[in-house]
Each structure stands twice: as structure tokens, then as C-alpha cells.
Design a protein around this ligand. Structure first.
Ligand code: FMN
Length: 217
């Protein structure tokens, strides 16, 4: 499905969960956006600052409603078929700013992460590349019904990992990064455009179809 001719329209919200300028994760998010576009996908590129909000407070929600940035986060998730987050690792977890925005949008009904595909990536100067933070990030997203892609990409020693064109200098790592993204794109495209693959599910594979015993969704 990686042939551009064959791609059906799929839209991805891509953003880095870092606020600072010069963020390594923003560079990785930028490379992800370029890779998606280069493989026939549509990108809505966002900045964490677009979605930053005051600390969640149920009284503020009751009295003032949702902040505009939270409504924007909800709207841009909803307008996309899938999301890609490049998140820094803070103390083995996700940055508070991202968790706070997730908490805010989780109060909407319908809740925008539900049944939406997501790909997680991270960049860090450390040898672990921020990967432990992504395992923490999976928890609220999966709780909210997001379909978090099994393969995550973490860029170790990220302060030395990019070349002058913003690509990953190590050619094999750059190739694996691109393969990870294209595999995710294939899944999202199949989920959106070939829904039979997703919804026709028979519980006991190998048994003869029988309406009495089949559980088909
Ligand atoms: C509060 C804080 C906690 C951090 N904790 C970790 C950590 O647990 N693991 C890690 O690899 N790096 C950690 N770092 C270093 C970040 O990975 C590094 O600052 C990175 O560049 C942040 O991402 P950014 O470049 O996208 O802003 C931490 C940085 C800060 C500010």
C-alpha cells in the first residue's frame, strides 16, 4: 500500500508535546510530518502551545466552560483520522502540559480519542530516547479508547542524531523511522477506507461459520 497511486485520503494531526523553541521532539515531529506527506498523507501540523491550557479544574469547567485551546485540541483531533505525538520524557513519564491537555479533552462527550489511531514517538539526549515516557503516555490514551500503534519510535542521543537537513543522520535508523510511519499509515488507511476488515470479526477462527455460535461485530 506504500504506492502513492493507491493511497486513499488520510489526515494526520502531528505535534510535539514540548513547549520550548529548539525542541528535539519538535524536530522529530517535523520529520514525521514530512514523511507522512512524502508518502501521500495529509498533515495538520500543530504546536503544543496551540493546546496548552490552565491546570484542569472542575470548578473552572463548570463556571467558565472549556478553554479555547482545549476546544481547538478537540476539534483538531476530531478533524483528523489519526494523531502522531512526539513527546519528551520527563521523569520517566510524559510532560504535565500534555497530560493536562489530555485530561481536559477527556471531559468532552463524545470524547475525541475514542477509536482514533495514534502513533507515539520521542527524542531525548539519553540512551533510552525517552521511550519510558511513551509507555506512561499509552496508559491514559488507551484508557480513552485510542488505538495506540504497537511500534513506537524513540530517538536516543537526539541532540547529535539529526543531520543538517533535519533527517536522522544514521541511514538505517532513518529508514526504520520511515518504515514505522508508513506501516502506521497503512493501518489507518485500511481502518478508514476498508471498514469490513475492522468490523467483521469472528471469535473462533477455524470453525465453520454458524450464525448460532459466531460472534460477529
Ligand atoms: C523536568 C525534566 C525532566 C526530565 N526527565 C527526563 C527523563 O526522565 N528521561 C530523559 O531521557 N530525559 C529527561 N529530561 C531531559 C529531556 O529529555 C531533554 O531536556 C529533552 O531535550 C526534552 O525534549 P525537547 O528537546 O523536545 O524539549 C528531562 C528534562 C526535564 C526538563
Amino acid at each position: 500500500m506504500s504506492d502513492l497511486q493507491d493511497r486513499q485520503p488520510v489526515r494526520f494531526l502531528v505535534f510535539s508535546a514540548a513547549l520550548r523553541t529548539g525542541s528535539l521532539n519538535a524536530r522529530l515531529a517535523d520529520l514525521a510530518a514530512q514523511t507522512i506527506q512524502g508518502n501521500g498523507g495529509q498533515v495538520d501540523f500543530a504546536r503544543m502551545a496551540d493546546f496548552d491550557a490552565p491546570s484542569y479544574d472542575a470548578d473552572a469547567q463548570a463556571n467558565q466552560g472549556f478553554p479555547g485551546t482545549v476546544e481547538e485540541f478537540r476539534d483538531r483531533i476530531t478533524a483528523s483520522d489519526a494523531f502522531v505525538i512526539a513527546s519528551p520524557e520527563y521523569n520517566f513519564s510524559m510532560p504535565g502540559v500534555l497530560k493536562n491537555s489530555i485530561d481536559w479533552v477527556s471531559r468532552f462527550s463524545p470524547q475525541p480519542f475514542n477509536e482514533r489511531h495514534g502513533l507515539l514517538m520521542s527524542a531525548s539526549p539519553s540512551m533510552a530516547g525517552g521511550n519510558r515516557g511513551l509507555w506512561a503516555l499509552r496508559i491514559p490514551l488507551e484508557h480513552l479508547g485510542a488505538r495506540v500503534y504497537p511500534d513506537m519510535f524513540s530517538l536516543a542521543r537526539a541532540h547529535h542524531a539529526f543531520d543538517g537537513d533535519g533527517r536522522i543522520a544514521d541511514a538505517r535508523l532513518q529508514e526504520r523511522f520511515a518504515q514505522n510511519i508508513v506501516a502506521f499509515m497503512d493501518l489507518v488507511e485500511a481502518s478508514k477506507h476498508y471498514p469490513c476488515v475492522k468490523t467483521r470479526w469472528v471469535e473462533y477462527l477455524g470453525e465453520h461459520p454458524d450464525p448460532v455460535i459466531d460472534r460477529v461485530e
